[in-house]
Write a protein that binds this ligand. Structure first.
Ligand code: ZN
Length: 323
């Protein structure tokens, strides 16, 4: 489902081309309805029991941030229905793709920067403080769990608030990078945000801009090596989760006794694998999600509801139980 502004790239390198095609297949994966949800009252009791037992590994996805105004990818209003994100292979190979990305991001991050944690993020942070969770893993790159006070969050797909150089590996805080972009693009953001109501903002802070608007945007180079291949520290479609992040996730899996997924369709393998691994360990898996998901037919408890009302109900019940 390419965006109207994204030309299909041609890769000379066959390996790059294969990785790009694999990323597109992942993006195009349609999550079908495969299982009937658990009866809500039964589901609520099962998740409550899980939380009361403690040591729950929590995995969150876009559905926990939609109440903060960040659209998800695959939900009913999902941004994948309008445009697809750039794959890692496109970003890496094509300077024009990078210019398009940063022009859109330059406008989009400001919108994303206005996002605040919602009740779900606050409840999760509170559960962590109350010792109910063994860890928090998120597929989101919005930083909202940490903004709500959660600590040691494993951001599986990275963090929008940092920019890295693909050539020398230097990391630069997004804020410093943004200031540099502002210096070379005076008035640009204002000229675009005047039309912000008409723009589509995606889950990764991306907005759709026309070709002329992209063309007059200036990019900046790496402060250390001068490369123009700068990329947000987020895991793109077609890119692997970095090894240190995978290792932290593995440690958490091993240290947990059950898995609770909130707000994810688990369409992407890096999330789905949590379910497979938990089940290999014989652990109870619950999913709270507003729509169908890839693991629905496998999991013990499937609560088909939005994140916030479910977490509020659970939190009230936990407090009644003195937890
Ligand atoms: Zn560099």
């Amino acid at each position: 489902m390419p965006s109207r502004h994204d030309p299909q790239p041609q890769f000379e390198d066959e390996r790059l081309s294969a990785a790009h095609r694999a990323a597109l297949r992942s993006l195009d994966r349609v999550v079908e309805h495969t299982a009937e949800p658990t009866e809500p009252a039964v589901a609520r009791e099962a998740v409550l029991e899980q939380l009361l037992a403690g040591n729950v590994l929590l995995l969150t996805g876009a559905g926990i941030s939609t109440d903060s105004g960040i659209p998800d990818y695959r939900g009913p209003q999902g941004s994948l229905r309008r445009s697809r994100p750039m794959t890692f292979q496109e970003f890496q190979a094509d300077p024009e793709a990078r210019q398009r990305y940063w022009a859109r991001g330059f406008v989009g991050t400001r919108l994303m920067g206005q996002a605040r944690p919602n009740i779900s993020h606050h409840i999760v942070a509170d559960w962590q403080r109350r010792g109910l969770l063994s860890g928090i893993v998120t597929q989101n790159v919005d930083g909202l769990h940490a903004a709500a006070g959660a600590t040691d969050v494993v951001a599986l797909h990275g963090d929008m608030r940092s920019v890295m150089c693909l050539d020398c590996g230097n990391a630069e805080p997004r804020a410093s990078f943004e200031r540099r972009l502002e210096e070379v693009n005076p008035g640009y953001r204002e000229s675009v945000t005047a039309r912000v109501g008409e723009l589509d903002v995606n889950a990764d802070g991306d907005v759709s801009l026309d070709a002329d608007t992209v063309a007059r945007f200036h990019t900046v180079r790496c402060l250390v090596c001068g490369s123009d291949r700068l990329k947000p520290s987020v895991v793109y479609f077609g890119e692997n989760v970095p090894a240190p992040t995978r290792e932290r996730a593995e440690e958490l899996k091993a240290a947990s006794t059950s898995l609770l997924v909130v707000g994810s369709s688990l369409a992407v393998m890096s999330g789905y694998r949590f379910v497979l691994d938990a089940q290999k360990r014989g652990q109870h898996v619950s999913v709270i999600n507003g729509g169908p998901g890839r693991a629905d037919a496998r999991v013990e408890t499937l609560w088909r509801t939005q994140a916030a009302p479910a977490l509020e109900e659970l939190d009230a019940a936990l407090r009644r139980a003195g937890r």
